[in-house]
Design a binder for this molecule. Structure first.
Ligand SMILES: *Cc1c(COP(=O)(O)O)cnc(C)c1O
Length: 387
């Protein structure tokens, strides 16, 4: 027997959304089953297109982004890839920022270019000059603001203006700002992508991505792409993202305040050569950030004074409050390292020095600062002693 709300013995109401699991979706009649495809893009026909738990998460995210539709996917990377795969075909020209998320660049360069897609990387801090990169077959522009790790600020409204004039689609990875600080759809971007893994989930314990949009035809295409690529998002993870969203605003506010204090303090430290964080007036992207964004989140990068590799080991090994690891946006502070060759070899590279990226969590700000000052002391000592 199938359990439905009509045969649950007692009325039941809860504040949390139900977790509904299914590979098989059950139909009332053969006629219903035969017409199951007509239920798309919103309805339920097989587990891969989603269950009511995924739909509820999609509804909540679309509302946050100010969009008409949302498709959730099993990771931020899958959301980026699904957006490109939904619309870009062999023979198309695809523009991708040099500061887009690394796995997206790897995907387009190592996979799509073998499917006869003409992939071109453009400089991250671009605006209306994107027009020079357009070709008659340009299909889509992939943007991220600010850029992953190096934090360059593109001028999104200027790029969108050019793209619309030429009938080119735009997608933007908005994970850094989240919809609390920037709403790409309101600026005319076609697809807004978030790694819900980061701020939305907020606890470093899940992977989920999402694509929000206004256009209904685009939505139908992306629902089909998501399901044909077999990208089902676990209803349990959808539930956890919804739980995270309940506290997103307060986490965002607290982490942003702490982050701004820490970044400002680090800016004046003699061992710090540069803080990459558009919320600081000294950052080259500050003007654009101030014009378009209403918040600055929990993630920034620093470039330290030139030093031997051993000094970076001393810096990281000295950290007690920060865990060493990739990803960000959770309640625990994290530090990650991007070595010099990686930076130097990148197209339109910002620096030939290593970059240290910090994600500020909900720990006490003074404790975090103290930890970083200690790490900078260790860095300085290792630099001077060379050991
Ligand atoms: C982490 C991240 C992604 C990828 O998200 P996953 O869920 O880890 O796949 C994409 N874009 C940005 C900006 C990220 O920080």
């Amino acid at each position: 027997m199938t359990l439905t709300t009509s045969n649950v013995p007692q009325p039941f109401k809860s504040l949390s959304p139900p977790i509904m699991r299914a590979s098989t979706v059950v139909f009332d009649s053969l006629a219903d089953f035969a017409r199951r495809k007509e239920r798309q893009p919103d309805g339920y026909s097989y587990g891969v297109t989603g269950t009511p738990t995924a739909r509820e998460l999609e509804r909540r995210i679309a509302e946050l982004e100010g969009g008409a539709h949302c498709v959730v996917t099993p990771s931020g990377q899958s959301a980026l890839m699904t957006t490109v795969m939904g619309f870009v075909r062999g023979g198309d020209h695809l523009l991708v920022s040099a500061a887009c998320y690394g796995a997206l660049k790897t995907f387009v360069l190592k996979w799509l270019s073998h499917f006869n897609v003409e992939v071109e990387i453009y400089p991250p801090a671009i605006g209306a000059e994107i027009e020079r990169y357009l070709k008659p077959n340009t299909r889509m522009i992939c943007m991220e603001s600010p850029g992953t790790v190096t934090m360059e600020m593109p001028d999104i409204p200027a790029i969108v203006e050019v793209a619309k004039r030429h009938g080119v689609m735009t997608m933007m990875d908005n994970t850094w700002a989240s919809p609390l600080a920037f709403r790409p759809l309101a600026h005319g971007v076609d697809f807004c992508i978030e790694a819900a893994t980061k701020f939305f989930g907020g606890h470093s314990d899940l992977l989920v991505g999402c694509i929000s949009m206004n256009d209904t035809d685009y939505y139908e295409t992306l629902r089909e792409t998501q399901s044909v690529l077999g990208q089902q998002t676990s209803p349990d993870d959808c539930f956890l993202v919804m739980r995270g969203l309940d506290t997103l605003k307060v986490r965002y506010a607290a982490q942003s305040t702490s982050t701004l204090r820490i970044a400002t303090a680090l800016e004046h430290h003699p061992q710090v050569s540069r803080v990459l964080f558009p919320a600081l007036p000294s950052d080259p992207g500050h003007g654009i950030w101030k014009r378009d964004f209403s918040g600055s989140g929990c993630l920034f990068s620093i470039i330290l004074q030139p030093a031997p590799e051993i000094a970076f080991n001393a810096f990281f090994d000295s950290l007690r409050q920060f865990a060493i690891g990739a990803s960000w946006g959770g309640v625990h502070s994290l530090a990650a390292y991007y070595p010099a060759p990686l930076q130097a070899d990148r197209a339109f590279s910002l620096t030939d020095q290593p970059v240290v990226r910090l994600s500020i969590g909900l720990e006490d700000t003074a404790l975090l600062l103290q930890d970083l000052m200690g790490a900078l002391d260790a860095f300085s000592q290792a630099t001077t002693t060379g050991a």
